[in-house]
Design a protein around this ligand. Structure first.
Ligand SMILES: [Zn+2]
Ligand SMILES: [Zn+2]
Length: 361
């Protein structure tokens, strides 16, 4: 393991060397917030207001707020506890909110969760699949025009992140000008992208550090076409708690296991491989169907493999996220994960949240 210090704002350390993606082989107790769905407590739909209220009770404490769990680029309109919001997770530490990914619904989910835009300073993108990024324009713009408004916002992610953020500013320049000149919103706050570059050979890279957290990243395998997919590890300075977000990857990923070693919470994407053929069968074009099957099976993580990852990483708690390939209640994922945990001897806690659930640290 090695740590490399943060580099320049626009291009954070390291050179992008050519190469191919590779398939990696294989303390405190975490207390679930009132809204968190833990082992044995899943599958019950709660009104959004009730979830929001429960979220509010955790205000002030360090926590994970689950904003969006619906993996994949297709929009669905499922009702809770089925996922429908595109992927985004918030880590609240020391009063600041750090976003991991920014799917389409992120801005509205932040409001529903009772989180203030004024506390969001950093967004970390795991990769450039659009289910993780398409909410960026909405967040950048509406968090300026909603009270309390955001301040400066930094967006960190794999190469092309800075270009993407510049593109947002360029594409909405007219809209920004109009509300800067009228409407009472004041000057558009700072918005800056930072390319995080990790060498092809891998390793663990420091991304950012502030008064609350230190964030490290590593490469994970997410299919041969995705050259840059990252997992992030947050270390909360005040408490020493460590939370790792897998991003999208195919379990077991050895680099992720190294990054997550000894962590308090491992948030890992979860796919129900038993449903892969169902979604494949729904696609009339045989070539497209075959391509989807390949992508799902080679680039994502069967939920049954995740307790083994958590065991290898010695993670105290495993939190499932990014449910694919079809909407179904979190309880289904939990049951499969618990059965696998029995088989591999993982004794940590397993949490299968619904959207807007809170996991206290
Ligand atoms: Zn995804
Ligand atoms: Zn992806």
């Amino acid at each position: 393991m090695c740590d490399t210090p943060t580099g320049t704002p626009e291009d954070v350390t390291g050179a992008a060397a050519p190469g191919t993606s590779r398939r990696h082989l294989l303390q405190s107790a975490l207390t679930a917030g009132r809204a968190a769905l833990a082992v044995g407590a899943l599958g019950t739909a709660r009104p959004a207001a009730a979830r929001a209220a429960a979220t509010g009770t955790a205000a002030g404490g360090d926590r994970i707020v689950v904003l969006g769990l619906d993996g994949g680029p297709k929009i669905n309109t499922a009702a809770p506890p089925l996922p429908s919001a595109k992927p985004a997770l918030a880590l609240v530490a020391g009063g600041s909110t750090y976003l991991v990914d920014c799917g389409l619904d992120t801005t509205r989910q932040l409001v529903r969760a009772g989180l203030s835009f004024a506390d969001v300073h950093d967004v970390l993108l795991t990769h450039h699949h659009l289910d993780h990024t398409s909410g960026l324009p909405g967040l950048a713009l509406h968090s300026w025009t909603t009270t309390p408004a955001r301040g400066d916002l930094r967006v960190w992610g794999p190469p092309s992140t800075s270009r993407q953020v510049k593109g947002v500013k360029a594409a909405f320049g007219e809209e920004v000008d109009l509300f800067e000149s009228g409407g009472g919103f004041g000057a558009f706050p700072g918005l800056r992208g930072h390319d995080v570059t990790i060498p092809r050979r891998g390793g663990i890279q420091r991304v950012l550090e502030d008064g609350n957290v230190v964030v490290h990243a590593t490469r994970v395998f997410h299919g041969p076409e995705v050259e840059d997919a990252y997992a992030y590890r947050f270390t909360v300075k005040r408490t020493g708690k460590v939370v790792v977000f897998s991003g999208d990857t195919a379990a077991p990923d050895a680099a992720l296991i190294e990054l997550a070693h000894g962590c308090d919470v491992l948030v890992h994407e979860a796919q129900d491989n038993d449903n892969v053929e169902k979604i494949v069968a729904s696609i009339p074009d045989r070539a497209q169907a075959a391509a989807l099957r390949t992508h799902l099976l080679e680039s994502h993580s069967n939920v049954a493999d995740l307790p083994g990852v958590a065991r290898a990483a010695e993670a105290r708690t495993l939190v499932l996220s990014h449910y694919t390939p079809l909407p179904q209640p979190p309880s289904v994922y939990l049951a499969k994960a618990r059965a696998a945990a029995e088989r591999v001897g993982y004794r940590g806690r397993i949490v299968a949240p619904a959207e807007l659930d809170v996991i206290a640290l």
